[in-house]
Design a binder for this molecule. Structure first.
Ligand code: HEM
Length: 226
């Protein structure tokens, strides 16, 4: 099982890296310019996209570590989780804000707009459900909801791969229907992978996390409360 866990982080980082780098490039462009017709919406309202990128970069890169079973035995998981929850919420809510306010760039259309509203909402509710499960000490559902939220957010990374064949094989930019299909397919793939991991018990492997919450056990040893 340990070798499986070792594969999780590089696989998730491979998905996260392109949007993270793209985000940092966007921040650099916002700081230094130039403003053009294609990025005018970001210059008109720089704060939502800046907040979005400052949240999604650590959320997508560090979030990968939360799924390593061995690391859940330590306070590390709880400390990092307390930072990742607000970051995930800022990522989803700023994404929703941009969906509602930014004018659509060429290629975006109604279908993509509706999908983004749905994804941003379900991601927000998943993270909230993950926190609520934690308050009930329901660690199984906590992991499942956090994975659902993370997987939906990481659609941004899978979208790089679903667009690749188009960019390799077709000379023109995708039209609204093709773009909506490639974006939606990525969210579907991530949701399907998350549900498979949850249903096959992949989250709990390697630890007794499911039955015995680790934090109370550590606290019992140290004698402190929550
Ligand atoms: C952790 C997951 C996410 C990552 C890594 C991510 C990454 C990014 C990046 C790098 C940008 C800047 C794109 C550019 O410079 O052209 C961006 C923009 C955007 N994101 Fe996200 N995002 C994530 C989650 C979400 C979610 C959940 C939503 C859904 C509501 C969303 C909606 C948007 C929108 C609407 C834009 C502006 C797109 C545009 O006008 O071109 N993002 N995202």
């Amino acid at each position: 099982m340990r070798h499986k866990a070792l594969l999780i982080v590089p696989a998730l980082l491979a998905v996260a890296i392109v949007p993270a780098v793209a985000g940092l490039i966007r921040l650099a462009t916002l700081a230094t310019g130039p403003a053009t017709a294609s990025n005018a919406r970001f210059f008109a309202h720089p704060w939502p996209v800046t907040l979005h990128i400052l949240a999604v970069v650590p959320y997508s890169l560090l979030g990968a570590l939360q799924f390593i079973p061995a690391l859940r035995r330590y306070h590390w998981h709880r400390t990092l989780g307390m930072a990742l929850v607000p970051l995930g919420l800022v990522a989803a809510l700023s994404g929703l804000w941009m969906t509602c306010v930014y004018p659509w760039p060429a290629g975006d259309g109604r279908a993509l707009y509706v999908m983004r509203l749905l994804v941003g909402t379900v991601m927000t509710l998943s993270i909230a459900s993950g926190v609520a499960s934690l308050a009930r000490r329901d660690y199984v559902n906590h992991g499942a909801w956090m994975l659902r939220g993370y997987a939906l957010g990481m659609g941004a990374g899978t979208q790089v791969f679903t667009h690749l064949p188009w960019f390799i094989l077709v000379d023109t930019p995708p039209d609204e229907v093709s773009r909506a299909f490639m974006m939606g397919l990525a969210w579907l793939i991530n949701a399907a992978v998350a549900e498979t991991v949850i249903r096959t018990g992949g989250l709990a492997s390697g630890t007794n996390h499911q039955r015995q919450p680790t934090v109370p056990r550590l606290q019992a040893v140290r004698g402190d409360g929550i």
